[in-house]
Design a protein around this ligand. Structure first.
Ligand code: GTP
Ligand code: ZN
Length: 313
């Protein structure tokens, strides 16, 4: 891994930089003039790709991260046991699905909810559209994505290997996070849009001796002076334990007009009488499938109180 070092005479002065790569306990921090290979001071945890940090240069090209600056957003998942931080200060989620492997729409729903909670704009990309004829399930996915278009999300159909140009105008001024299942083509898309990324990824695989073509660590690449993209490892599960019932419901954009209408202000929209959200689903005002997803998520909350034990005031 090449580390440029041109910040002269800066030892003992804190520099502000951005974490462009996070490999376990090692980080690459990019300042205005150089990229430093860094560790974190003490046992402080939680530095993540995209973070703005204050860093103390030590020896040539190396430094210590002292302070994480306040974040505008934090995209992460969590289950009952642990949190997995993915990227900080992201302004746009690019959720990538593909004609193959089969789309997991619940993963999409979960990521959209987390993005909504963090004020991150979401873009949905259906990749490998060139394989549509060979994969009938892909046709169903195209249909299903109409629903998300109607919700107001931008949905693009692309072939990352050959034609990803429709994405270019949407990258302007954004820090975009590529997220989705393994094998959907996130890295391929990144390499098509930012050809220099390929080289960097190969160097990292060599350095880590992973020998695999799958992304194992989040890494930020510059698209142009004002826009960048973060590639992140694929996932098969996406826990949303960090969200309470209110934030979960807010994440389903079509629920919003009904959320303040229920009889009880703290309605969780499960069995409460006078629930306007459930009524709206019954009346066919939105797709009841998403209410089912919401119910599954809210019942999975760690401190969820089963309906029969919860007193409704
Ligand atoms: N036919 C076709 N294949 C594609 C396209 N995009 C990606 N692929 C292939 O799909 C496979 C997976 O692509 P990757 O870019 O590694 O997928 P990823 O989402 O980054 O995977 P992880 O790093 O494991 O998360 C590779 O064999 C690609 O060549 C496409 O547009 N069309
Ligand atoms: Zn309700």
């Amino acid at each position: 891994m090449k580390v440029k070092h041109t910040d002269k005479n800066k030892l003992n002065t804190l520099l502000i930089g951005r974490v462009v790569a996070a490999y376990g306990r090692h980080f690459e921090v990019e300042t205005a003039h150089a990229v430093y290979s860094c560790v974190v001071r003490g046992k402080r945890k939680g530095v993540v790709c995209g973070d703005l940090v204050e860093m103390l240069p030590t020896t040539a090209g190396q430094g210590i991260i002292e302070i994480i600056l306040p974040r505008s957003s934090l995209f992460y998942r969590s289950d009952h046991f642990r949190e997995k931080l993915i990227a900080a200060n992201v302004t746009q989620l690019i959720f990538v699905l593909a004609v193959t492997p089969t789309c997991n729409f619940e993963l999409l729903d979960r990521c959209l909810i987390v993005a909504e909670d963090q004020g991150i704009r979401s873009l949905i990309v259906l990749n490998k559209i060139d394989l549509l004829d060979q994969h009938p399930a892909g046709q169903a996915a195209v249909q299903k994505l109409m629903f998300y278009r109607e919700l107001g999300y931008t949905v693009l159909e692309i072939s990352a290997e050959t034609n990803a140009q429709s994405l270019v105008p949407l990258l302007a001024g954004q820090i975009s996070l590529l997220a989705g299942q393994s094998g959907v083509g996130k890295s391929t898309l990144l390499n098509t849009l930012i050809p220099s990324a390929q080289q960097a990824v190969e160097e990292i695989s060599e350095a880590l001796d992973s020998g695999r073509h799958t992304t194992t660590h989040a890494r930020l690449f510059h698209f142009d002076a004002n826009s960048s993209m973060i590639d992140s490892p694929g996932f098969q599960e996406f826990g949303v334990q960090q969200l309470d019932a209110t934030s979960l419901a807010w994440g389903f954009v079509e629920f919003r007009p009904f959320l303040q209408q229920c009889r009880f202000r703290n309605c969780r929209h499960i069995i409460e009488p006078g629930c306007e959200l459930r009524q709206a689903a019954q009346d066919g005002l939105f797709d009841a499938r998403r209410l089912t997803v919401y119910h599954k998520l809210v019942r999975g909350i760690k401190d969820f109180i089963p309906e029969r034990n919860k007193s409704i005031r």
